[in-house]
Write a protein that binds this ligand. Structure first.
Ligand SMILES: Cc1cc2nc3c(=O)[nH]c(=O)nc-3n(C[C@H](O)[C@H](O)[C@H](O)COP(=O)(O)OP(=O)(O)OC[C@H]3O[C@@H](n4cnc5c(N)ncnc54)[C@H](O)[C@@H]3O)c2cc1C
Length: 437
């Protein structure tokens, strides 16, 4: 293909969730789309837990269940608050999740992204892997008009460039479209895949016929840092990982690998992965700055989507759905501008932001706009002190040792006041409630 001579309607940088959603949507509306992926194949560089939310994919590919590589549909979600020897849990499991079109699935990104990319090609887009976009090309008026890659052959031109390059966003940063994400706005997560026979997984988690269970955990496992552990069941493997803010890793000099080793050795986790074979290991960043970290989303000749735009809901551990939705909405905005023969200027591409503001993506991030700062500045209280107090209270309540219940309650209250003071407890509750509103 003579890439230099050909001009495209749109160039998409990255073949992750957001890039594929954007490329597929534009190509299926008849736009001439060129997509670049630096990995050997789409998904080869991508890491996710991973829960995939069906509703957002259905809006792009309604019949995706026919052939997408899905692992398990989720019927149970557990939230654990852990100290070093115990966990206090809240579980939700429902037969309602065994529906004809399940709502959430576990997936393995290396397989899922390959499938998504096949759909993108089938819709008519040209996808070039093992190609890194190295630079955005601008015209005399500073409008982005194309890209340069690490392939020989000069610049490639398009009416609009979609930056779907993921959380690091090096290209956008280098081009001055956004700032480098701050260390307190990004988490570093490490993850392993533990392989076990299907029936062993189903027995250990009480599952049958494709059902899945996920566990998300906070507490002393993050050693006072703002962080989260996770365990997701796939067909024949378990994804186990933990992530904490990069700024906290920097301040405490803790090693992510040591945290993961300790998590694996925790008495609540160890039996769940016993006898497994670890075959894959990965580390990746997650944008966690929320609403206040969202950069400029569009300009003359460009839009930014997904993790590159910091569109990630850390409170609900949702990222791929925000990525797919922002990619789809950006594409739909571009299709609308194209249909009325409008130039891809900042004035026209503002449509993307207007549409995104009306979606759950921005509404959810706005709702939790104060949460990242609250958790970051109070990580020791929320991730160590309270989990320890919760565990002590639960054990005190459950242990039957002849102590009158009234004394047990007084001891629990005294321990809480000693750890945080009356004022501290009230102020933590109020700040949490305000950030949650
Ligand atoms: C450990 C972990 C667990 C997670 N768990 C969940 C979960 O359970 N559920 C959920 O919804 N979300 C989860 N997320 C978040 C989710 O993975 C992201 O929100 C999602 O992948 C973002 O998609 P994206 O397309 O914006 O970026 P990515 O998926 O990161 O894709 C970016 C792509 O761009 C390519 N690229 C980058 N630069 C260039 C370049 N210059 N030229 C060409 N190609 C380039 C990359 O190779 C990559 O393929 C998790 C993330 C992590 C790290």
């Amino acid at each position: 293909m003579d890439m230099i001579a050909e001009k495209f309607d749109a160039i998409v940088i990255g073949a992750g969730m957001s890039g594929n959603a954007a490329a597929y949507t534009m190509a299926s509306h008849g736009l001439k789309v060129l997509q670049f992926e630096r990995g050997e194949y789409p998904g080869s560089k991508n890491v996710q837990g991973a829960i995939m939310y069906a509703n957002m994919l259905e809006k792009i590919i309604p019949d995706f269940r026919d052939d997408a590589p899905l692992e398990r549909h989720l019927v149970e979600q557990r939230l654990w608050v852990m100290d070093d020897t115990s966990h206090t849990g809240m579980h939700y499991r429902s037969e309602d999740f065994n529906e004809a079109k399940p709502n959430r699935y576990t997936i393995i990104r290396a397989q899922f992204d390959k499938w998504f990319s096949r759909k993108v090609r089938a819709a008519g887009a040209t996808v070039l892997c093992e190609t890194t976009v190295t630079e955005l090309v601008r015209d005399a008026k500073d409008k982005v008009v194309g890209v340069r890659t690490d392939r020989a052959g000069g610049a490639i031109f398009a009416d609009v460039v979609i930056l779907a390059e993921g959380v690091s966003g090096l290209l956008g940063t280098r081009a001055g479209l956004r700032e480098m994400p701050k260390p307190q706005s990004v988490a570093l997560a490490v993850k392993e895949m533990h392989f076990l026979p299907e029936d062993v997984i189903e027995q250990r988690f009480g599952l049958k016929g494709g059902e899945g269970c996920v566990i998300e955990a906070v507490g002393t496992i993050s050693r006072g840092m703002a962080g989260l552990g996770f365990l997701y069941t796939n067909k024949e493997s378990i994804s186990l990982g933990i992530g904490c803010l990069v700024s906290d890793f920097g301040a405490t000099m803790q090693s992510p690998y040591a945290l993961l080793d300790a998590l694996k050795d925790h008495p609540s986790i160890r039996p769940l992965i016993a006898g497994s074979e670890v075959k894959e290991y990965a580390a990746h960043l997650i944008p966690e700055g929320g609403y206040k970290a969202i950069p400029q989303l569009f300009g003359d000749g460009w839009v930014v989507v997904g993790d590159a735009a910091q569109l990630n809901n850390a409170v609900h551990r949702e990222g791929s759905n925000l990525a797919m939705t922002s990619g789809r909405i950006a594409a739909e905005a571009i299709v609308q501008v194209k249909r009325r023969n409008g130039p891809m200027t900042k004035q026209n591409l503002v449509l993307y932001k207007t549409m995104l503001n009306k979606s759950f993506v921005v509404k959810d991030l706005k709702k939790y706009k104060d949460m990242p700062a609250l958790l970051h500045t109070n990580s020791r209280n929320f991730f160590t002190t309270y989990p320890q107090l919760m565990s002590q209270a639960a054990q005190n309540f459950m242990r039957v040792d002849g102590t009158p219940k009234i004394e047990k309650e007084k001891a629990t209250a005294a321990a809480m006041i000693k750890a945080r003071s009356r004022w501290g407890l009230v102020s933590d509750a109020v700040r949490l409630a305000l950030a949650w509103r």
